[in-house]
Design a protein around this ligand. Structure first.
Ligand code: SF4
Length: 431
């Protein structure tokens, strides 16, 4: 048996390689290899792709801009005065690469943001045309959150909602493999050996989150908070020594993981020399002196904190994951531990239904006051969340309406003045 694994393009107005790797697809690569199934792997978003080396710059932590091609805007976006782009591997090179491959029996294609589905559909169209007898299995976030849309319109033969790691028996059923033929069960980890060159790897120490923020899909994608074994994570890290200089922890609730402290101790004792990054919004509530000091010693270079807003009513109404005093205390602890201003970053959410822009301005000002770097997270209405219900959208709404830039700045009408004010404030240098 032979399988082709594809991470398709991003279709959007903006995209940046912020330590993004297709974790689910890399886990599939691992599982297939264990079964001695031959695989081909194409990551359209790999900036070090052997098929097309990007000419864009990579920053000191391994991140950078994607190559892109400007493409025609869908009607919904016609009035947005921005270019709509296909980010990643140029389309003609993708076609040439798949032309050179042996016919696979199965094609696994993943998906990410719901509103990036046009890139997924385009890849499926090309793959179906080239490999009409291969079975195409579509999984990932879009396939999970917009299952009906994907079933109706994607062209995939099989829809795989949810996580492969959690639905391993369904996954093996697709392969036509009986339970007694399975290799010994262990936590499936992403297989990074499919990449030619890595500037970074993204890893998880846990899945899911104990909180239920009204705008977040984590509970839908991963209903239960689960920790991964420290030994498996260390084994994964050992494999990445001399392979990737940067490691981004992509956990939704990294500090809630009670094994994280032990992991840090082990990492310090093994003298790993990675640059570590907490990229996914740390819970300020769980930052204490001991963990801050250990994270610094273990090699954390960038720390992204979740604040979202300083409005106490909004904080409470959206799930209470952080309050302003906890945020301020966490920043002080991090400074006291030895982190510097340029290492501390803060996520601020804007564009939620009914959210006042003054609240965003005040949140940014607080960051400036504390000399930490604010980053805007434009709201995307994600199906099945409480905030989605407030938008008036339904499951039948085209997922393009979930586009965060479109929804925040242009829906239902453009907000140029607010945009200008917030962007001006954000561009202020922190000294
Ligand atoms: S704390 Fe973060 S990951 Fe958890 S539900 Fe809230 S936004 Fe999602």
């Amino acid at each position: 048996m032979r399988a082709l694994l594809v991470n398709p393009w991003v279709y959007d107005f903006k995209a940046f390689d912020f330590w993004n790797k297709p974790a689910g697809l890399l886990i599939i690569a691992n599982l297939l290899k264990k079964l001695n199934i031959k695989i081909d792997f194409i990551d359209c978003m790999d900036r070090n792709s052997p098929y097309y080396l990007t000419k864009t710059k990579t920053d000191q932590w391994g991140r950078g801009k994607y190559e892109h091609e400007v493409i025609e805007k869908p009607d919904i976006f016609k009035n947005i005065p921005r270019y709509y782009k296909r980010y990643g591997l140029p389309r003609d090179i993708f076609c040439k690469v798949i032309d050179s491959l042996e016919i696979p029996d199965l094609i696994f294609i993943t998906s990410s943001m719901t509103y990036w589905y046009p890139g997924v559909f385009e890849a499926i169209r090309i793959l179906k045309d080239r490999f009409p007898t291969s079975k195409i299995i579509l999984g990932g976030i879009y396939a999970t959150l917009c299952e009906e849309h994907a079933r109706k319109y994607s062209g995939a033969d099989i829809l795989f909602a949810g996580s492969v790691a959690d639905r391993q028996s369904d996954f093996y059923e697709i392969l036509g493999i009986q339970k007694n033929e399975l290799p010994a069960t262990e936590e499936p980890m992403p297989d990074y050996s499919v990449y030619n060159k890595l500037d970074y790897a993204s890893i998880l120490t846990s899945k899911g989150c104990p909180f239920s923020c009204t705008y977040c899909a984590t509970k839908i994608l991963c209903p239960r908070f689960q920790t991964l074994s420290t030994n498996s994570i260390l084994t994964q890290l050992e494999k990445l020594v001399n392979v990737a200089k940067n490691i981004a922890f992509f956990d939704d609730a990294l500090l809630y993981n009670e094994n994280f402290d032990q992991l840090l101790t082990e990492m310090i004792e093994r003298y790993f020399s990675f640059n570590l990054h907490a990229s996914n919004g740390l819970h300020c509530r769980y930052i204490n002196e001991s963990i801050a000091e250990k994270m610094l010693r273990a090699g954390f270079k960038t720390m992204y904190l979740s604040l979202e807003t300083i409005d106490p009513n909004v904080q409470k109404a959206t799930g209470g994951k952080v309050f302003t005093n906890e945020f301020m205390k966490a920043v002080k602890i991090l400074y006291d531990a030895g982190f510097r201003s340029e290492q501390l970053h803060v996520y601020i959410l804007l564009g939620m239904p009914g959210q006042a822009h003054e609240e965003i301005i005040e949140s940014i000002k607080l960051c400036h006051q504390l000399k930490v770097h604010p980053h805007l997270c434009e709201f995307s209405p994600i199906p099945h969340t409480k905030e989605f219900e407030k938008t008036g959208f339904t499951e039948d709404t085209d997922p393009l309406y979930h586009n965060n830039l479109f929804y925040t700045w242009y829906y239902p009408e453009p907000k140029p003045e607010v945009y200008k004010e917030i962007k001006n404030l954000l561009s202020k240098r922190i000294t």
